[in-house]
Every structure is written in C-alpha cells, then in structure tokens.
Design a protein around this ligand. Structure first.
Ligand code: FMN
Length: 365
C-alpha cells in the first residue's frame, strides 16, 4: 500500500492506515483491538462500565498482543456522574416501565421485577486515572466533553485525545477543550448518538455523515475523523473527499471474528437491510441506533416513557441477560448502523482493514 492515504491523523496517532475501530461496550475487547492495531489501524478498547482493575487488566492484554498504539474509550456523559436519580424515581413511571419489561420477562421465562433498578456505578474518575497511569496512547471520548483539565492531564503524559460530536456546535466545544482530533458522527452511525445532554427528540443531533463532515471540517482547526455508515474503501475515499483525515467504523467491526458480539447479533447483521434500524431511547434511556427487534417495537408501541439515562438500561439488564442466555436477538439491544445492509461476511478484523485499503487504492486509482 502506498503512502498516499497517510494523513495528519495517521501521524498524530502513529498509525499506518487512516482507519479507527470504535470502542464498543461488550464488543471491542483486547483481541479485536490488537488485531486492528497489528493490521495498521487504531483499535480502541471499550472502557465503559469496566471497574478500574478490569480496565487495567484489559489494557495489559492489549499490550501483550500488540506493540502498536491503541486507544481506550470512555463515555463522559453526565448520566455516569453522581448523583444517580434512582432514589427519586417516580413510582408510577417505574411501575409502568416494569409492566412493559415484565411482559418481556415472562416470555423469556425470567421472574417479574417491581423493584427500583440499581444506581449507575460511578467509575469515570477512576477509569480516567487508569488511562493516565497506564499512559494509554489514545484517549477516545464518546458522549462527553473531556474539558480542558482532562485534555491537559492527558497531554502532560503524551496521551492523544479524540472526542466525538454529532453537531457543529458540539465540535467547537470539543475543540475549545483542547482535543487533538474530532470524530464527526453522522446519523447513520450505530450505537448511541454522541451528545452529552440528552436531546429533546430522537431526530435532534441526527445529521447525515455527508452533510455533517464538511461542516465540521470548515468549523474547527483540528483534524476530523468521519464516522457513520462507512464500511469499505469507497466510504474511506468519500470521507477523505469531504475533508476528513480518517474514518471510524463501528458496525463493520461488530461482524468480525474477533468481536465479542454474540453469534445471533453477528448473524442478524448479515441478514438485515439498511431500513431495519431505528433510533430509540428504550434500550438505555439515551438515543441509540440499533437493529429493530420486538423489544424496541413493542416498547415504543406501548407509549410508555423511559427512565433516566442508563437507569433505563439498569432496569432492563436482567431482560438482556436472559435474552443473551437464550440467544434471542428479539430482546437484546443489537446496536448497529444503517450500513448493516452492506455487511455480508464475518471476516477477521485484519481482513477488514486490508480490504478497505485495497479498495480505496482501486477507487482512487
Ligand atoms: C455496537 C456498538 C457499540 C458502540 N459503543 C460505543 C461506545 O461504547 N463508545 C463510543 O464512543 N462509541 C460507541 N459506538 C459508536 C461508534 O463510536 C461510532 O460512532 C459508530 O459506530 C460509527 O458508525 P458505524 O456504526 O456506521 O460505523 C458504538 C457503535 C456500535 C455499533
């Protein structure tokens, strides 16, 4: 592969190819991350909800598998910072949510629940200290603003900071916080919409990648990484044409051998078309794009509200666990983007990186 895809982001992050694999909770573990790094991209470990000792152990595992730079992703959303609003939950709201979830529990053979969900664990500060102590090469932020202080503390240790925004206004805030590069997340993207305050509607902060990326490029001085709907070399070349200096892929890497996604999730990605995703807050209380399933459709149809951000996912945790045990994708959040319709195989993550670069070479020949 020639050096013509070597961009400023490659130099910044110390990588060969301008391809980043996004941190994805319960999907991007050490094996996936190291595979992407060894193939010349940047693998990013999912740090969300990991207790500090476990995060440290997984960082060590990545280091045992690759000598190349890698990233660790955290959400910095306000919902993860105390106080969690569990004690003050409205009894009627909670009863309504549990009534919907109990329908699902019954079908899964799980016991009914009426109790308050567990509070959201307060792990962010400790996880961030682990990232600093371990001098992780790249700190990747989703759903949050690291603010000047966190960026400075990373830079003092030679850690690069990248953060994800879904609007031009948020991209400017991240730039003012001193991040080294901004991920512009288009509406096509799988997973949560990257905002740090829950938007009023599911359509807010949902701008298509092709509209968003050039606007962000024109609005900030730091390099921009395009995310949302990109799965192949055509997508990479298109993103570069829009002014991005790299791409970040999530959905494509879910359907790889090294991904920790359950088999039914990978299989669903092969089968689903691009019109079978939706943006909904019923899974976690925050808006996220995932594959349509009975959980989302029946919950939405019930017109029941959702509990506060991440309290909703805590309430449904036992439903997801039961669905996982049964291999039942109808009651498990399968977060994925609109590009799912382009995914037809489950290769090694290294082959994904190689195929994207080979195709990009041909497209730009
Ligand atoms: C299953 C899944 C889990 C995700 N989890 C995270 C996460 O924990 N942190 C984060 O910053 N982004 C997360 N993302 C979003 C990605 O960073 C990125 O915006 C998105 O995957 C890009 O769009 P694509 O899915 O079309 O490639 C996740 C995406 C998916 C599909």
């Amino acid at each position: 592969v020639s050096a013509r895809f070597q961009t400023a982001v490659c130099d910044l992050l110390g990588i060969e190819h301008p391809i980043l694999q996004s941190g994805m909770g319960r999907i991007a573990g050490p094996e996936l991350v190291a595979k992407v790094c060894n193939a010349g991209g940047l693998g990013i470990l999912a740090g969300l909800h990991l207790p500090p000792a476990e995060l440290r152990r997984q960082i060590a595992q990545v280091r045992a598998l690759t000598e190349r730079p890698f990233g660790v992703n955290l959400w910095l959303h306000e919902a993860l910072q105390p106080p969690t609003p569990v004690a003050t939950l409205d009894e009627r709201e909670l009863a309504a949510v549990q009534a919907v979830l109990n329908r699902f529990r019954e079908r899964l053979g799980a016991p009914a629940v009426h109790a308050r969900p567990a509070p959201v664990p307060d792990l962010i500060d400790e996880a961030f200290e682990v990232i600093l102590e371990e001098r992780v090469p790249v700190f990747s932020v989703g759903l949050g603003d690291p603010e000047r202080e966190r960026s400075d503390r990373c830079h003092e240790r030679g850690i690069r900071v990248i953060a994800m925004a879904a609007t031009v206004a948020d991209a400017k805030i991240l730039e003012a916080s001193g991040v080294d590069a901004i991920v512009a997340q288009g509406a096509e993207a799988g997973g949560h919409r990257s905002t740090w305050i829950k938007p009023a509607t599911r359509d807010a902060a949902c701008i298509g990648t092709i509209a968003l990326v050039p606007q962000v490029v024109d609005s900030v001085r730091v390099p921009v990484i395009a995310a949302g709907g990109i799965v192949d070399g055509r997508g990479l070349v298109a993103a570069l044409a829009l002014g991005a200096q790299a791409v970040m892929l999530g959905t494509r890497f879910v359907a790889t051998q090294e991904s920790m996604a359950p088999a039914f999730f990978k299989q669903a990605l092969l089968e689903r078309n691009s019109d079978q995703t939706l943006v909904t807050d019923v899974y976690t209380g925050l808006y996220a794009r995932g594959l349509r399933n009975r959980f989302a459709e029946e919950y939405e149809a019930s017109r029941t509200g959702v509990l506060p951000p991440l309290v909703q996912s805590n309430a449904a945790q036992d439903v997801y666990a039961a669905a996982l045990r049964k291999g039942d994708g109808d009651y498990y959040p399968m977060l994925a983007g609109q590009a799912c319709g382009s995914i037809a195989d489950t290769p090694s993550a290294a082959d994904v990186v190689r195929a994207i670069m080979a195709e990009a070479e041909r497209v730009r020949a």
